[in-house]
Design a protein around this ligand. Structure first.
Ligand SMILES: [Zn+2]
Length: 457
């Protein structure tokens, strides 16, 4: 009898954890990372929870705060050993070498390890269960509320290539997150050097908060930049400044309303909580709306070469029966006309290099849009319908300006448009894409925000 090894519950659990649980976790990680776990592919999962019901000593000793507790001891083994194991299987990509500190144990971000211990069972049979939850990607089929946006930004920031911070707060006190993505992202970076050495693309979403798709689009784009090898190469060439939700007060309101009427356009979420368009305040020295300061701050900080102001419009006919049927403030938005964009680039002959860059960019957008047959087909049918019912009758107002099947409004429409303002000296191109995203959900939203690598420039 003295020669027989009788294993305690703790030992039996530990063997099960190493033989069964960690092996399965390891297999999952290899599958997910193409057999090459590395820091830039972390996190590997959202959560690994291990729940235990054990009968073990767990009491206070009566000497200061000392305790006798194998339950607590096992909590520490589970937590730290698992993190160590996951750090141990993670390879360092030579390209990342400089960014990773010598002691990388605390730099590793494999996912959340959660040991859950129930109070000691005092003699009853022990049990254990382990459960993993995959890292959830940015949703593309549901509307993102301001709270969800903050949570997603927090989650994305665990990727080593993404820096995020709260850039301000809103009239009703909500936080405004901003993400900055550039490579290499070291502990010390010189902003002037980044701005000089590489072009900067600034993208803001949801100025009009019921135009819902841009938040999904921007956050998904950030996720791809952090995780997809093709997208990651973009971050070595361009600095990305991402401002996913410019108007959280409007977004919170529209989010509540869509629970009641999910397919309505919900224009009450368009402006801020004061009924004022944030866009009217972004240039003001002392804006009434604190949220309007963020765009100005980011413009001054990053001096972006290209600015994308992502917008949307109703996905169906817009009717106001007591003011002339079609919406009197937005007559050209009466019925859908597919994807289109307002594109502004400098074309003054004084600056031929900037004019040429603007032309190049326009061609690049057209080629990118043409590369997607599904978008092409969808646009063709909406453009036809718009022509049939709107453009044909009021060509002075409801026109389409098509280049290779893509509707881009590029021609000069006002005397101020080509003025070389201070801002235009810095930001040579500006685009406002418009998608039929009021109030897109489910498959339609997935279609609107789907992203694939673009054609090479
Ligand atoms: Zn808009």
């Amino acid at each position: 009898m003295a020669d027989t090894d009788i294993r305690s519950d703790l030992e039996r659990f530990w063997a099960f954890y190493q033989e069964d649980v960690l092996k399965e976790v390891y297999t999952h990680i290899l599958e997910k990372t193409g057999n090459r776990p590395s820091f830039d592919q972390q996190p590997y999962f959202k959560r690994l929870s291990v729940e235990l019901w054990l009968s073990e000593p767990d009491y206070r000793l009566g000497l200061d705060e000392e305790v006798v507790s194998s339950l607590e001891a096992l909590h520490d083994e589970l937590y730290f050993d698992t993190l160590d194991f996951l750090r141990g299987i993670t390879e360092i990509d030579p390209a990342e070498g400089d960014m990773i500190p010598e002691d990388s144990s605390r730099y590793s971000a494999p996912g959340n390890i959660l040991p859950i211990f129930h109070p000691s069972l005092e003699g009853e049979a022990a049990a254990a269960q382990a459960e993993g939850a995959g890292a959830r990607s940015v949703p593309t089929d549901e509307i993102i509320s301001p709270e969800m946006c903050l949570e997603i930004v927090r989650r994305l920031s665990s990727n080593p290539g993404i820096k995020s911070y709260i850039a301000g707060s809103f009239y009703e006190g909500r936080d405004i997150p901003v993400l900055e993505i550039f490579a290499p992202l070291g502990p010390y970076t010189s902003l002037p050097r980044l701005v000089t050495a590489k072009p900067t693309l600034y993208m803001s979403g949801r100025q009009h908060a019921n135009e819902v798709s841009s938040t999904n689009y921007i956050l998904r784009f950030a996720e791809l930049l952090a995780q997809d090898p093709e997208y990651r190469s973009y971050a070595t060439k361009v600095n990305f400044v991402l401002h996913p939700l410019e108007n959280p007060d409007g977004a919170a309101l529209a989010y509540e309303l869509q629970k009641l009427t999910p397919f309505h356009s919900l224009h009450a979420g368009r402006y801020s909580s004061l009924g004022m368009d944030i866009g009217s305040q972004t240039g003001a020295a002392r804006p009434l709306l604190p949220e309007a300061k963020v765009r100005g701050k980011l413009n001054r900080k990053w001096l972006p070469d290209i600015y994308l102001n992502l917008h949307g419009y109703p996905s169906h006919e817009w009717v106001q029966p007591f003011s002339g049927y079609a919406p009197y403030l937005f007559r050209d938005y009466w019925i859908p006309r597919g994807w289109f964009a307002y594109f502004r680039a400098l074309s003054l002959p004084l600056y031929p290099d900037l004019a040429e860059a603007g032309q190049d960019l326009q061609g690049f957008i057209i080629r990118g849009m043409q590369a997607r047959p599904d978008i092409h087909e969808s646009n063709r049918s909406f453009y036809d319908r718009y022509y049939r019912w709107a453009a044909r009758w009021q060509p002075h107002m409801n026109y389409l300006e098509r280049y290779g099947g893509v509707n881009l409004y590029t021609k000069r429409r006002s005397s101020r448009e080509e003025r070389l303002s201070e801002r235009r000296r810095i930001t040579f191109a500006e685009e406002t894409p418009e998608l039929m995203d009021e109030t897109a959900q489910g498959e339609w939203l997935v279609f609107l925000v789907e992203q694939r690598p673009g054609p090479s420039a």
